[in-house]
Design a protein around this ligand. Structure first.
Ligand code: FE2
Length: 690
């Protein structure tokens, strides 16, 4: 393929409908399309070029394995063409602020996407890494960066890890496949790889579909290696492989190289890598009709199966050797590759294309089992598996009469109309595979047990395992100083940052609610090696943040308690937040401050100490709270202990007293107070005369 030839093709293929791809596929293969989700049929409300246009901000970040994943790692991402200095920064994973220890320049591929804009994809391979070590990296152009992402290099030799398998995503990727990708991620968030068995998208050059595919995987693609195989839809409508493929996936160039045409045809889509005791081989099953290319790939496959130092072998490609979907038969693939899988006893063959699930083995591998094993549950030899991640489904053949049974194989489990993913846990002597649906039900499981002498038994399981190596973080230990990530550039080992713990003081230990002059808080930051570390202080009262980002000037930062801090007892702390490197945050010991209620005062006017018995007096009751508007609360007026009026008052209220019999009386006025203001009372002696 050349960019020139591509430019003659229409750039304005609209977001291809499920129906277009589905019908083309089903007509070609004679398979029945039973259901396709409709979410992709209607044009999106927003123009796809608005949704998917690239920015200077990196997107579509994806890790891909190198041929030496213990000491190197490839990463790719996308931007607009405004980015001309793409680079990756790398450092050892620490607990705080990342300090890049090396910067690696990336190479770029630019092409015009089908939505009418140009895109630029960048790739870099980080080399000289330390095995089994967690690194942080970010991608960008020196000014605009991605977030810091994390990857762990492979350990040397055999070591437990998990990986994920995804069948065809292909259609309605954002709508439906997001769920599959995320469920798998949720189950094994620290998986080291995710296999995609082809048909990641429906239309080879659809930038919107690739955008949806990356969106569905989100940032998980930036934290685990994507091992993808090219399906027929990566060549649909073709004839070349999707322009995106080579631009966005940096795969080892260790595929077939019989001629320059073969080299180019299979570049970055037929490859292998050895990861912690597993040889992953990605094949391209699209060329049985090209005798030269097919023979070259088959010969290459035999070579990488024969000269294989890894304990386990997992092969992925698109068109299955045994079809699950009705009317399908990939005889050429089966004739060429099945004998090799069997001869070299490949452990797992992960395939797609059928939009259904199937798992089984050759019937011949069900005899001669070790004592105690039964053919009903167990077999020797390779496991062939077909799965689907997306929402398009095909009709499957009956259990007893299908492409498997007609070709000497036993389809142990099959399932239609279900979005699935597989979790694979590799431990010392076992490769355990579970197939799950997107609603959290395990639909199939098996364990491939392999002894030190190479004897192997595959056994169907019915109980899911609670976890696998990829369920939890492997542990970011303090790694030893790694070799230079870039030749000649030695990474800097992060120093142990100095913790800066301020001392907090309060000007008083008590504050009244509403106080005009609230209590002042001071945090003192002591100098380190002669100077005060740069940073700010966050003050808290309990968990409540009082002030944040308060600058430290001459070693102190000050703030005040809020005037209207509710009454209660508070543990006041100051936390130092460094702005420079070399320091880490520290929080002071707590100082207790009590906030008490505001004081209220009740006064009355209109009530002299001597009144006439026949007169009715009207009192003006006033409530005063210093520094605050008196909050509304109940005022109760009593004469000689008997309630004569109850009113809500905020400030002043008038209360008419009853006639007072001749004699001495006591008038009391009670202000009930609130949560923030104390109650108060006024008592007045009154003499009533005839
Ligand atoms: Fe397919």
């Amino acid at each position: 393929m050349t960019p020139t030839s591509r430019q003659h093709r229409s750039r304005w293929r609209r977001r291809p409908a499920v129906v277009a791809g589905g019908i083309a596929l089903s007509l070609a293969a004679g398979a029945g399309l039973v259901w396709a989700a409709g979410g992709g049929l209607a044009p999106p409300a927003v123009d796809p070029k608005v949704v998917h246009a690239p920015l200077v901000v990196p997107d579509r970040i994806v890790l891909t394995p190198t041929a030496a994943p213990a000491t190197s790692q490839s990463v790719s991402w996308r931007t607009s063409t405004a980015v001309t200095t793409p680079k990756v920064q790398l450092t050892l994973a620490g607990t705080g602020v990342a300090r890049p220890s090396s910067t690696v320049d990336a190479t770029s591929t630019t092409f015009d996407a089908d939505l009418g804009y140009d895109v630029r994809h960048h790739s870099a391979t980080l080399t000289g890494l330390e095995p089994g070590t967690t690194y942080l990296y970010r991608v960008g152009d020196g000014e605009t960066w991605s977030e810091w992402l994390e990857f762990e290099t492979a350990r040397t030799g055999n070591a437990p890890f998990s990986f994920i398998v995804q069948g065809d995503a292909q259609n309605d990727i954002k709508s439906y496949v997001s769920r599959t990708f995320r469920a798998a991620y949720e189950a094994r968030p620290y998986a080291k790889a995710v296999l995609h068995a082809g048909d990641l998208i429906d239309t080879d050059d659809s930038d919107a579909e690739w955008g949806e595919w990356f969106g569905a995987a989100g940032w998980s693609n930036g934290s685990m290696n994507v091992i993808a195989a090219a399906g027929n839809h990566e060549y649909y409508p073709g004839p070349e492989l999707a322009e995106h493929w080579g631009a966005q996936f940096e795969y080892p160039r260790n595929g077939p190289e019989a001629t320059s045409r073969i080299t180019e045809l299979y570049a970055e889509n037929v490859y292998y890598t050895d990861y912690q005791g597993v040889r992953f081989i990605s094949l391209n099953s699209n060329f049985p009709g090209d005798p030269e290319a097919f023979a070259a790939q088959t010969a290459w496959l035999e070579g990488v199966l024969r000269d294989n130092p890894s304990k386990w072998t997992v092969v992925t490609f698109h068109h299955p050797v045994f079809s699950v979907s009705s009317g399908r038969d990939n005889a050429a693939i089966r004739d060429a590759w099945l004998p090799l899988f069997e001869r070299y006893d490949v452990d797992l063959v992960a395939q797609g294309h059928d939009h259904a699930y199937g798992r089984g083995n050759l019937v011949a591998n069900e005899s001669g089992l070790p004592a105690g094993a039964s053919a009903a549950k167990s077999n020797k030899g390779p496991v062939y598996m077909v799965s689907v991640a997306g929402p398009k489904y095909y009709v499957i053949d009956p259990v007893g009469d299908n492409n498997w049974t007609r070709n000497g194989a036993h389809l142990r489990t099959s399932l239609a109309n279900t979005q699935l993913y597989q979790l694979v846990d590799v431990t010392d002597g076992e490769m355990h595979v579970e197939s799950w649906n997107v609603s959290g039900q395990m639909v199939d499981a098996f364990t491939i047990a392999k002894g030190a002498d190479g004897t192997k038994l595959v056994t169907t399981e019915t109980t899911p395992r609670a976890s696998g190596p990829g369920s939890t973080r492997g542990g970011i230990g303090r790694p030893d100083l790694p070799e230079a990530a870039v030749p000649g550039e030695k990474p800097t080992e992060p120093e142990n940052p100095t913790q800066v713990v301020p001392v907090v003081r309060t000007a008083a230990t008590q504050q009244r609610y509403g106080a005009r002059v609230p209590v002042r808080l001071t945090a003192a930051v002591a100098p380190v090696a002669g100077s005060v570390p740069p940073g700010t202080v966050t003050f808290r009262a309990g968990s409540r943040v009082l002030a944040t980002g308060v600058p430290v000037t001459n070693g102190t930062a000050t703030t005040s308690l809020p005037r209207l801090l509710a009454p209660g007892t508070y543990a006041v702390t100051a936390q130092f937040v460094p702005t420079g490197t070399g320091f880490q945050t520290g929080t002071s010991a707590a100082t207790t401050v009590r906030v008490v209620k505001a004081v209220s005062t009740v006064t009355v006017s209109g009530l002299p100490t001597k009144v006439k018995a026949k007169a009715r007096r009207t009192l003006k009751v006033r409530v005063v709270v210093p520094d605050l508007a008196a909050p509304a609360a109940t005022v109760t007026v009593r004469v000689d202990g008997r309630v004569v009026a109850t009113r809500k008052v905020a400030g002043t209220v008038s209360v008419k007293l009853p006639r007072l019999r001749p004699g001495k009386h006591t008038v009391t006025v009670d202000y009930a107070g609130t949560a923030n203001v104390a109650a108060s009372r006024l008592v007045k002696k009154v003499v009533s005369r005839r």
